[in-house]
Write a protein that binds this ligand. Structure first.
Ligand code: NAG
Length: 288
């Protein structure tokens, strides 16, 4: 169980490696920074149209913590407006995944904000609400859009998105829908179609556990740093659970328990065989 959990954690952390991520934009952001997975978010660029930036860095919801992400900073700033586009340069033909990153920090209910997202003239999201049954206010939401770029054209679900790829630039449009204004927090372009959607769903379904595990890791890193600076002596470092269990099993008491357990198991098998033998003997006696 524990091992399975660690494997999923590792695949999650490795899911978006530096190589796969072609480009990441922190919409509304002023400075570039590194994501938890180690790829670079560029400051906001490639946008056009009627839009503005909002910075929620000192907002209560942000202060309480953005759920479902280990790179909350992406969600501190946003771009919103009546109608705006991002024109993102992509040089090579191939399969790509667009990850659109959103968080609702203003409205409370599903449907309070509903907008459309386009690639060229094709509508990909229709009356899209960031808040849904799994995402409340303050919960990071990612939408994975799988595309292919071929011969100066972009395809979504095998259909060409007209005007979606112009002069080597992928055109993503945000338009008003049924309620309020469209907004976006981050755009990540990943090479290929294996962009970590399953890992993301795992993270959402196991969020509390993942959060706790992340806290432990951070604390360990901090401790290691302090140790390196000779701030604390290694002896004071408490053992982590896994190591504790392992050394317990190797201790005299642990070995005693294992040996005892094995002998009880052996005894059970032995008596079981005895019963069988008795039954057989009974049958034999009867047939005589
Ligand atoms: C989206 O909202 C508009 C405006 O309320 C409405 O006319 C349209 O039917 C809605 N479309 C979908 C697919 O929900």
């Amino acid at each position: 169980m524990i091992i399975l959990f660690f494997i999923s954690l590792i695949t999650f952390v490795n899911s978006l490696s530096l190589k796969q991520v072609l480009l990441a934009i922190d919409c509304g952001g002023q400075e570039s920074f590194n994501s938890k997975e180690g790829y670079l978010y560029q400051d906001d660029q490639y946008f056009s149209g009627d839009s503005r930036v909002s910075d929620y860095t000192y907002n209560d919801v942000v202060y309480a913590g953005i759920a479902y992400t280990f790179t909350p900073r992406v969600y501190f700033t946003e771009r919103h407006g009546n109608s705006f586009d991002y024109s993102i340069p992509i040089i090579k033909d191939g399969q790509y995944t667009i990850i659109l990153q959103f968080v609702e920090l203003y409205f409370e209910n599903e449907g309070d904000r509903q907008f459309d997202v386009f690639i060229g003239t094709n509508r990909i999201l229709h009356n899209f609400s960031i808040i849904d049954n799994k995402h409340q206010k303050g919960y990071a939401k990612e939408v994975f859009i799988y595309i292919e770029i071929k011969d100066d054209k972009v395809f979504y679900n095998d259909q060409e998105c007209s005007k979606g790829f112009v002069n080597g630039k992928l055109k993503i449009g945000f338009r008003k829908g049924a309620a309020d204004l469209p907004k976006v927090d981050g755009i990540v372009i990943v090479k290929g179609h294996n962009a970590g959607e399953e890992e993301k769903n795992y993270l959402i379904d196991n969020w509390e556990q993942m959060l706790e595990e992340n806290r432990k890791k951070e604390a360990e890193l901090q401790r290691a740093e302090l140790e390196a600076q000779n701030m604390i002596v290694p002896d004071q470092v408490e053992q982590d659970e896994g190591e504790g269990l392992f050394s317990f099993l190797l201790s005299p008491i642990g070995i005693g328990i294992i040996v005892f357990g094995m002998s009880v198991f052996g005894l059970l098998i032995f008596t079981g065989e005895n019963e069988e033998q008795k039954n057989k003997n009974k049958k034999k006696n009867k047939s005589k």
